[in-house]
Design a protein around this ligand. Structure first.
Ligand code: PLP
Length: 419
């Protein structure tokens, strides 16, 4: 569903230079800047300036010929960092390639220690790589916002870091420490700073990947691992106010099973939901709401979003028990709702309760809060509210997005400022 997309697309092919849809990069590139000048701040990483790859044609080569990143300051002041030809008002949610990606590798049994920024581009993998053959891979998703005062804000990045660590444990992969993850995210965002939309126009979507990149043939954990971060500017999901989505409850297919990997952000969970999602979209629905695979009675979640129901002053959401992805937006909405005086329950929620709720909404990084206008279950359609946009959904959406964009005081201590 559009509204809850998590950009689960994984590694998109890099467009050939002449197909790049973003801003033209024939103007002088002015990257490098402050963050690199202060590189000691980024230890333990010692990023190297990327080698130019086959992409060189896309960039002005004058100031990037393999110079170390720290060269920055003197030269960079003369280059422009503005992307004048990008239409910030019409940013969608598609992938757009940017300047740099972060790459860090380690062997099985070792720990990640040193990463570097590279020019964004295709990566090389053995056809026998663990991720390609056996799906040994995880992804994360978070956003950076540009604030009016010029600062750049991240929202709870250490939560993504620890979720990746939990997933890595389940998938038999080494993972960066929380500190390494957060530093790498900061580093990547600052290196791609010019791609962060102006305040109010959207955000920089950050996509960390952890994958078994070494070659294996017999089923086993890969011998080598790659942690990679790329970013892409995205618009706000709801440009003209919240728009409700229409969900269909899936009664045949399941997203996750007890003991499986539904609770971690492993890449394999996403290809498995495409069929039900495509069928739902073909019938005009926005996405699928999954039920538990044992009783087919309790709500789990949408393909890539968590679900909440509102009844009076009580907000309920299915409890985390291995088959539901522990969303950071979910967790944050629970705390915001509690702080606003709602009663919040994490428990088993039945389809009956869903159909009798006052309001239903979904949460995820991409949408933040997405109101549900209708639910269809076994051919019966239930609609919510007048226009499908409940008061509570609206209120929680405003509260959380204002916090994320730095418009309200961060009493929760959730915002990390990068400057
Ligand atoms: C990523 C994801 C979510 C939402 O998690 P956030 O941390 O809030 O973005 C919910 N469900 C699934 C299946 C997901 O992959």
């Amino acid at each position: 569903m559009e509204k809850c997309a998590v950009f689960a697309g994984g590694l998109h092919p890099t467009p050939a230079p002449n197909q790049i849809s973003g801003p033209s990069r024939t103007t002088s590139v002015k990257l490098l800047p402050t963050p690199f000048a202060e590189r000691t701040h980024f230890s333990p990483f010692s990023p190297k300036f990327p080698k130019l790859s086959s992409h060189s044609a896309t960039y002005s080569s004058s100031n990037i010929n393999g110079n170390p990143i720290r060269m920055a300051s003197p030269q960079t002041s003369s280059v422009t960092s503005e992307l004048d030809d990008i239409d910030w008002d019409n940013l969608g949610f598609g992938f757009m390639s940017t300047d740099y990606m972060y790459v860090m590798k380690c062997s099985q049994g070792e720990e990640f220690s040193k990463g570097e920024l590279q020019r964004f581009g295709n990566i090389e993998l053995s056809p026998s790589a663990g991720i390609l053959n056996y799906g040994q891979g995880l992804f994360e998703g978070l956003k950076a916002y540009r604030k009016h005062d010029g600062n750049i804000l991240l929202f709870r990045p250490e939560e993504n870091a620890s979720r990746l660590r939990m997933g890595a444990e389940r998938m038999c992969m080494p993972s960066p420490t929380v500190e390494q993850f957060v530093e790498a995210v900061k580093f990547t965002v600052l290196a791609n700073e010019r791609w962060i939309p102006p305040p109010g126009k959207g955000s920089l979507y950050i996509r960390p990947l952890l994958m078994g990149s070494g070659a294996v043939l017999g089923l086993a954990p890969a011998p080598e691992y790659t942690f990679l971060i790329y970013v892409s500017p995205v618009g706000n999901y709801f440009k003209e106010g919240l728009a409700p989505i229409n969900l269909i409850v899936e009664t045949e297919m399941h997203r996750a099973t007890p003991g499986g990997t539904g609770g971690v952000k492993t890449i394999g969970n996403y290809a498995a939901v495409l069929k039900a999602q495509s069928a739902a979209k073909a019938k005009g629905y926005s996405d699928v709401l999954y039920l538990d695979s044992v009783h087919k009675k309790y709500l789990e979640e949408v393909s890539s979003c968590n679900v909440f129901i509102v009844k009076g002053n009580v907000i309920s959401t299915p409890s985390i028990k291995g088959t539901i992805l522990p969303g950071i937006t979910r967790k944050s909405i629970i705390d915001v709702a509690l702080s606003q005086g709602f009663q919040v329950e994490e428990r088993e929620v039945t389809v009956d309760e869903l159909l009798n709720a006052d309001e239903v909404f979904c949460t995820g990084t991409a949408v933040v809060v997405s109101p549900v206008g209708s639910i269809t279950y076994l051919g019966k359609r239930v609609t919510y509210g007048e226009d499908g946009i409940g008061r509570v959904s609206q209120q929680l959406y405003s509260a959380l997005t204002s916090l994320q964009m730095g418009l309200t005081e961060d009493k929760m201590g959730w915002i990390m400022e990068l400057k």
